[in-house]
Design a protein around this ligand. Structure first.
Ligand code: UGA
Length: 424
């Protein structure tokens, strides 16, 4: 869509006829903010036919999923199938690999299926919920190939690099050119994994720091505020919580760890980061269990199910992992998530969904915050306290102001709670 918006003629191929139908009807199959509006304003051809998609193309882009295989490695069958279809139907052209693929994949395509194409690794850095802004105004564009392909890639991206396009909704062209990094394929592929692994590492460090602060009676929020003032550290990806999830960080950290090991290198820091993330959810659950296990017929209200705010996506969601641990304990659980209406097909199996936070908390022994939806900060905690049976509030995302919860009669607990049992 970004390529179409900046003036390129674009055709989109997908094997799923339902998805193509909904895109032709200008409907957003993903729930991405501003997606449907932008789609409505563009002329893009949507097709399920490879020959219709690739005829006369000057560039073909592979953006298929790379799910995780049982070993933790990326499963590349969709990428190779797409490359085969391109090789069969497209003229010799630029072949951009946007899918997140292990280092060496683009080289292998160049040597094999896509021999007569100029294969370029061109990783994608957009975030779910910010897809339009991140594509039109990216922090950087990374591409890797042989030197003769660089100028064609630069031409394709020039309107985005120069920020030459019509403002759309909340997205306006930046006054600054976007940086373009040209390198060889392997470095471009690794840059993608390095970015996700670095952010995941930052988050696991912050979460570990929050656990240490809790053990020492320090206030992690104050520690992080002061830490963020250092421009070398920065304030982004510094919010502690029950861990990082989604369809990217968990899969990509495991894939990087796996292909590093295959190449003979044990990426110890990354292994610890992944382990810490798995532990974080379990620690949070144990905090809830220890506080409630003496009560009969426990009922929990979970606020938030998606892996982060701004999406209905529950893939590898830490909030959903907490929900499953609570259910495994044999306790009743009702969840409310602003993006998952009651009766929605997106609701995870076996989870009772309420239509509001108030409905979810009725008669609950404890409220658990699982996702960082900002609207949870505006809840009327005094009303909620009148509706709950118990007074415990476990904030798994450090988004509720402890004083507000306490003033409303809740006992505030969670990842950022300051312990009143300070060690000597
Ligand atoms: C992530 C990267 O941020 C994108 O740059 C990348 O392109 C994308 O993966 C991908 O590989 O396709 P996304 O999966 O949409 O994007 O998720 P993020 O917004 O990065 O959040 C990941 C997780 O970190 C979420 O569970 C979120 O709740 C958590 N998080 C984020 C925190 O716990 N604290 C923070 O301060 C920030």
């Amino acid at each position: 869509m970004a390529f179409a918006h900046v003036g390129h003629s674009v055709r989109v191929l997908d094997q799923d006829p339902m998805r193509i139908q909904s895109l032709r009807a200008k409907m957003d199959p993903l729930g991405e903010p501003h997606f449907a509006d932008l789609l409505g304003a563009l002329e893009i051809e949507f097709t399920t036919s490879p020959s219709a998609a690739y005829i006369g193309a000057e560039a073909a882009v592979i953006a298929t999923s790379t799910p995780q295989s049982p070993t933790g490695a990326a499963d590349l069958k969709n990428v190779f199938a797409a490359a085969e279809a391109i090789a069969e139907h497209a003229p010799s052209c630029l072949l951009l690999v946007k899918s997140t693929v292990p280092v060496g994949t683009a080289d292998a395509l160049q040597r094999g299926i896509a021999r007569r194409f100029a294969v370029v690794s061109n990783p994608e850095f957009l975030r779910e919920g910010h897809a339009i802004a991140d594509s039109l105004c990216p922090d950087r564009i990374v591409a890797g190939g042989t030197p003769d392909a660089e100028s064609a890639v630069l031409n394709l991206y020039e309107p985005i690099i120069a920020q030459r396009y019509a403002a759309f909704g909340a997205v306006s062209p930046s006054a600054r050119r976007r940086p373009f990094y040209w390198m060889e394929r392997r470095s471009a592929e690794l840059t993608k994994y390095a970015a996700n692994a670095f952010l995941a590492t930052k988050l696991s460090f912050v979460n570990e720091m929050a656990n240490v602060a809790a053990a020492l009676g320090a206030d992690i929020r104050l520690v992080l505020q002061a830490l963020a003032a250092d421009p070398r550290i920065g304030s982004s990806y510094l919010r502690p919580g029950i861990g990082w999830g989604g369809s990217c960080f968990p899969k990509d950290t495991r894939a990087l760890s796996s292909f590093a090991l295959e190449s003979g290198y044990d990426f110890r820091v990354l292994r610890a980061v992944i382990e810490q993330n798995n532990d974080q959810v379990r620690r949070f659950f144990e905090m809830i269990r220890d506080a409630l296990e003496h009560i009969d017929d426990v009922k929990i209200a979970l606020l938030g199910l998606s892996f982060k705010a701004g999406t209905a996506d529950c893939r590898e969601s830490p909030a959903l992992a907490v929900a499953r641990l609570i259910q495994d304990q044999g306790w009743a659980l009702t969840a409310f998530d602003p993006s998952i209406p009651k009766g929605s097909p997106e609701a995870p199996d076996g989870i009772a969904i309420a239509s509001s936070a108030e409905d979810a908390v009725a008669n609950a022994d404890a409220i658990v915050i699982g996702t960082e939806w900002p609207q949870f900060q505006d809840l009327d905690f005094e009303t909620l306290r009148k509706l709950t049976r118990g007074s415990l509030l476990f904030d798994g995302r450090c988004i509720i102001e402890p004083r507000v919860a306490t003033a409303a009669g809740f006992q505030y607990r969670g990842i950022c709670a300051v312990s009143d049992q300070v060690p000597d």
